[in-house]
Design a protein around this ligand. Structure first.
Ligand SMILES: Cc1ncc(COP(=O)(O)O)c(C=O)c1O
Length: 496
């Protein structure tokens, strides 16, 4: 039976449902499976011909015990979660118009047009399924740099078991992303725009982490998280690496590298997970913008907190990529004591200097680069002005620019798959900066046009008072929910 433990080693093993519903482990660590399931070459061959949802079923079955979610229910959860995607392949791979060795995997065909939809639908549907069984309700609090919030809000909208509180740094995400949260009109979704976030989304992460670190408060408010600290997110994201690999080279064993625009390192960790399971990936390019904590870690062995820089690829403006701790846990050979000591050191000094052996372990198959805003704009322009125009969003452009920068470091027959993590329509101002004010048809999406005509509902709060304001708002909402439930029970009583 597969069970989950904490990267800090301070909890007893729990089943998948507990890991999913709790989000954070109670000792302040991140949930990880006790062992990573392995897939043999023969199994890989069998998986290579499957459609996305069948592949998802096979991979997720390795992580979820049928005693917790019976196979029939798992199948249904997967089918429901991917039904709203616009593309039948979920994550199609296209060849790049400017270089035959480069490919683009489009991860933005879900309902809120970013790769966050890929795991969020399944996570929240599964949460709802488990909560219904337990007759419980959860409060999801999540920090967003622009895409997690919309994906969670959309997936949670209308669910009777969930209240969803997406927090975002006001003015630091696009209006398109903001409207995806504020125009849903769902009574259980409560977006909060937070002003004066000097460290952007990281300021919000800190408050969320603080709430979760208080066990009494966490219990009283029934808190959980769907940020990529939640194991379920990274587990589901591993599927697109398998799918992208199979679409590009089947099981030929040809060299394949993934170039991944990275912020909190959830998506790239999912690629690492796929490789650890047995997918023969040649390498990964960790593509940072000017917020380059990951690039610094991979290139120097120093994991350091630096000041936030606002960039054009705002969703990856992240100072502390918290999934890096999960990666370090596995690259140390699953040593929780080391992780505790390192996390303490990082907390106290803002930096962690890895020893030689640990630095070599993280570099195994990983390269990295930091892409500037001018390079991001130039990449958007170059791809759009190619013979077959292709419009990248700024994050896909960071991945593409990174792939071009490091192209020569790989053998000439290596295929590089760049992850396009968002639809360009979410970033019209940046597209205009790259291409000029007359935006092409590819720069729009009907769902965003529709949202721009709907009345917005949101709370605004200053970062300094976020913790107290949020706790009070959640308490009030909980009272309201209880009153509604009591009223419904009363009515049922009268009619029953
Ligand atoms: C469009 C986009 N690209 C890339 C990322 C980075 O993903 P991760 O935080 O998993 O590294 C994000 C997430 O914040 C995103 O929204």
């Amino acid at each position: 039976m597969i069970q989950y433990i904490s990267t800090r080693g301070g909890i007893d093993p729990v089943n998948f449902d507990e890991a999913l519903l709790q989000g954070f482990a109670s000792d302040g660590g991140l949930f990880v499976p006790q062992t990573i399931p392995k897939i043999s070459c023969e199994q890989l061959r069998a998986l290579s011909g499957l459609c996305y949802t069948d592949l998802a079923f096979e991979i997720l079955s390795l992580f979820i015990d049928p005693d917790i979610i019976p196979k029939k229910d798992l199948r249904q959860l997967i089918d429901t979660s991917f039904a709203s995607f616009e593309h039948p392949d979920i994550s199609p791979v296209k060849s790049c118009c400017t270089d035959p060795s480069l490919f683009i995997m489009e991860l933005f065909h879900g309902p809120t047009l970013s790769f966050k939809d890929i795991a969020m639908g399944f996570l929240i549907n599964t949460m709802d399924y488990l909560l219904q069984k337990k007759n419980e309700r959860l409060t999801l609090v999540l920090a967003t740099t622009g895409d997690t919030g919309p994906a969670a809000a959309h997936a949670a909208a209308g669910k009777k078991t969930i209240d969803c509180w997406p927090l975002y740094p006001k003015g630091m995400i696009t209006r398109e992303q903001e409207r995806q949260m504020t125009t849903l009109g769902a009574a259980n979704v409560h977006p909060m725009g937070v002003e004066n976030c000097t460290d952007g989304g990281d300021d919000l992460d800190l408050v969320v982490a603080k709430l979760f670190a208080d066990p009494m408060l966490k219990k009283r408010l029934n808190l959980s998280s769907v940020n990529s600290i939640n194991w379920c997110r990274v587990m589901v994201q591993s599927i697109h690496y398998f799918y992208g690999y199979f679409q590009t080279c089947g099981t030929s064993g040809d060299p394949v590298v993934f170039s991944v625009p990275s912020g909190a390192f959830g998506n790239l960790f999912a690629g690492y997970l796929a490789r650890e399971m047995g997918l023969p990936v040649t390498g990964f390019i960790c593509a940072n913008n000017a917020n380059k904590a990951l690039h610094t870690a991979f290139s120097t062995g120093i994991f350091r907190k630096e000041d936030l820089k606002q960039t054009l690829s705002s969703a990856i403006d992240i100072v502390v990529p918290y999934n890096f701790w999960r990666f370090l846990y596995f690259t140390t050979g699953c040593d929780p004591e080391k992780i505790v000591a390192w996390m303490d050191q990082f907390q106290q000094t803002g930096a962690l200097h890895l020893d030689k052996e640990s630095a070599a372990a993280i570099q195994n198959g990983f390269t990295s680069v930091s892409i500037s805003d001018p390079d991001t704009l130039m990449t958007i322009r170059k791809n759009f002005r190619a013979e077959t125009p292709y419009l990248l969003d700024p994050h896909g452009a960071v991945a593409m620019a990174a792939a071009r920068t490091l192209r020569e470091t790989y053998a000439s027959d290596t295929r590089i798959i760049c992850l396009a993590t968002a639809h360009p329509a979410k970033f019209p101002e940046i597209t205009a900066r790259a291409l000029g004010p007359d935006l092409p048809a590819q720069a729009f999406h009907p769902s965003l046009i529709k949202a721009s005509k709907v009345c917005e509902k949101l709370r605004i709060c200053d970062c300094e008072h976020l913790e107290s304001t949020l706790v009070r708002a959640i308490e009030n909402q909980t009272k309201k929910n209880k009153a509604t439930k009591d009223e419904a029970a009363g009515k049922e009583g009268i009619h029953g």
